[in-house]
Write a protein that binds this ligand. Structure first.
Ligand code: ATP
Length: 368
């Protein structure tokens, strides 16, 4: 059950034609976006693309130069941060070092004038939620990085915001802890039903955690979709390249025949591919081929879409073995062989000849 998937759902948050200018520079550029209630939404993009600025306009720390931010039907213009039903968790966690965990969490509630008894109950509840009941009296420096992250999360949830904003929430954690925390955070979000909006430059993190992702570039949104759609049907070369490992071939259309396209490509040999994209002869396109869509063999393969090259790199990474194959013209093709589906050991090592092949419908023709 995913409430934001309901077709009748009204957007909960709307950015309407938002521009944020710093001097002559548009950090956010005429951007419109709708987010639904209960969604775990990710803003994904390279450093400087404007994602934090967008989040800060929702929190009220920045004012749009033009455009409107609507939350639950209300225009947020002129409403100060502390009066918005929005809370932000920062990458640095911003915990008070001299206060206990419980006091850190209670701080904001106290300032709001909440009665003591209620504060105590609230603190207990959120500590339980992040599984830190036994740490209430510790100071932040007596906690691990992961525990500090959970205290920050508990603190930002204590006010029961309608929307929780997470700016690179797992940035300070090591890889293993990050992966664990990703699942904890999605479970928690699901349990609470609170709308989460996360900013990240880490595509794997966005893919793992978010219901939908907005990919941003230079202050604009280039695609909004589910993780699977973003990976399997990127709208542009930029998105295909940004999300996941990929082979991008420059291609020129040589012939088109009822959904079958022959491309002259940067791989040096022609590809025959199926696509419903409208193209004409001579048009320049990008052919997108994910590494796991290629077969690899140690002996010659016949048929269409065969490439021959030399093994340039091999990396065994558990579930997959990943190869870099260098073609005669110098182009390098990435191949990911799923180890579980391998029938017999592949006898390939550095500098061996290797043959690659892919199905006509394995990739994507993009004109943008
Ligand atoms: P990062 O992941 O590095 O935080 P980001 O995508 O979140 O990047 P923003 O912090 O939103 O990017 O910044 C977008 C652009 O706006 C950057 O080029 C930044 O230098 C610029 N910028 C942000 N805040 C200000 C400011 N107060 N004054 C001037 N320029 C700013």
């Amino acid at each position: 059950f995913a409430p934001w998937r309901e077709p009748q759902a009204q957007p909960f948050i709307r950015f309407e034609a938002i521009t944020k200018r710093f001097g002559q520079f548009n950090a956010v550029d005429d951007l419109s976006l709708s987010i639904f209630k209960g969604e775990f939404f990710a803003l994904l993009g390279a450093s400087g693309c404007g994602k934090s600025t967008l989040l800060r306009m929702l929190a009220g720390f920045e004012t749009p130069t033009s455009g409107r931010v609507i939350l639950d039907g209300d225009d947020l213009a002129g409403i100060p941060p502390y009066r918005r039903p929005v809370n932000m968790m920062f990458q640095s966690y911003a915990l008070f070092p001299h206060m206990s965990v419980a006091k850190n969490i209670a701080f904001g509630l106290k300032r709001e004038g909440m009665p003591k008894g209620e504060i105590a109950a609230r603190v207990e509840q959120v500590l339980k939620l992040v599984k830190l009941q036994d740490y209430a009296r510790r100071r932040p420096d007596q906690l691990s990085g992961g525990q500090r992250q959970r205290v920050a999360l508990a603190r930002s949830l204590a006010k029961r915001p309608k929307v929780l904003l997470l700016d690179e929430p797992l940035g300070a954690l090591d890889k293993k802890l990050r992966e664990e925390t990703q699942f904890e955070l999605t479970d928690l979000q699901y349990e609470l039903g609170t709308t989460f909006i996360m900013v990240t430059h880490d595509q794997e993190e966005a893919m793992t955690m978010a219901d939908r992702i907005a990919v941003m570039d230079k202050g604009r949104i280039v695609q909004v979709a589910t993780p699977a759609e973003i990976y399997e049907a990127p709208k542009s070369r930029f998105v295909a390249d940004f999300v996941g490992d990929v082979n991008l071939f420059d291609g020129t259309v040589q012939a088109v025949d009822r959904g079958r396209i022959t491309l002259q490509t940067s791989a040096g040999s022609p590809f025959t591919v199926t696509s419903d994209v409208a193209v004409s002869n001579g048009q320049a396109v990008t052919f997108v081929l994910r590494p796991e869509k290629l077969r690899i063999a140690a002996e010659p393969l016949s048929g269409a879409n065969v490439l021959e090259g030399e093994v340039w790199d091999i990396a065994y990474v558990g579930p997959v073995t990943s190869f870099h194959i260098r073609l005669a013209n110098g182009a390098v093709v990435k191949v990911a062989m799923i180890n579980a589906t391998r029938e017999s050991p592949l006898q390939l090592t550095w500098h061996d000849r290797a043959w690659l092949q892919f199905d006509e419908d394995a990739g994507l023709v993009l004109t943008a």
